[in-house]
Design a protein around this ligand. Structure first.
Ligand code: HEC
Length: 163
């Protein structure tokens, strides 16, 4: 009788452990773009585009020489204009603040920082102003880092650190 009870307990524990393992896998899958690296939600897709444009701008502005050699304007302006559009788009999301129980006002503040830096980038790249582009890039990076620090706590914000 006692033996049966022990067996029953042991198998119940096994089932619980198993359920826990399954739910933690399911949890991870829902959490971010993902284990497989594919962005899934509209926000994630928007973010990936944001990163691509930021990288494109950074790539042609690592030095005054490179900045001069690159078409120096047109591509940069297009990328910066895209960033303006993307940060306006990012502002409207409410899920991150709701899920993390953080103020939506903070979300909007960081999205606005991102927008302001992108607008500055448009102006500087139209003028082909290297120093201005570098300054806007730094402000842009800060806005990514600020927002990720609060709203993407698992990853933090350092992965796009300042150049
Ligand atoms: C207003 C807040 C905010 C700003 C500003 C912001 N991000 Fe994000 N970003 C997030 C949040 C929240 C996530 C996590 C989204 C998720 O996994 O559902 C994220 C995720 C990402 C991801 C991962 C996307 C994926 O595939 O899961 C990349 C890349 C990224 N951001 C790049 C950037 C870059 C580059 C900037 C600045 C130019 C930036 N972000 C600015 C909030 C922001």
């Amino acid at each position: 009788m006692l033996r049966n009870r022990v067996l029953l307990l042991a198998s119940a524990a096994g089932v619980v452990a198993c359920l826990a393992a399954v739910s933690s896998v399911a949890d991870d899958a829902g959490k971010s773009a993902a284990a497989d690296g594919t962005p899934k939600t509209p926000l994630q897709k928007s973010m990936v585009k944001m990163e691509d444009q930021t990288k494109a701008i950074r790539a042609v502005s690592t030095s005054p020489g490179r900045f001069k050699k690159s078409a120096q304007g047109k591509d940069l302006v297009t990328a910066a204009e895209d960033l303006v559009r993307l940060s306006r788009d990012a502002r409207k999301y409410t899920e991150p603040a709701e899920t993390l129980k953080k103020p939506q006002a903070k979300w909007e503040e960081y999205a606005d920082q991102c927008l302001a830096a992108s607008q500055e980038m448009v102006g500087a790249s139209r003028k082909k102003d290297y120093a201005g582009v570098r300054k806007a890039l730094k402000e842009l990076d800060n806005s990514c880092t600020n927002c990720h620090g609060l709203f993407r706590p698992k990853t933090g914000g350092d992965e796009f650190g300042n150049p």
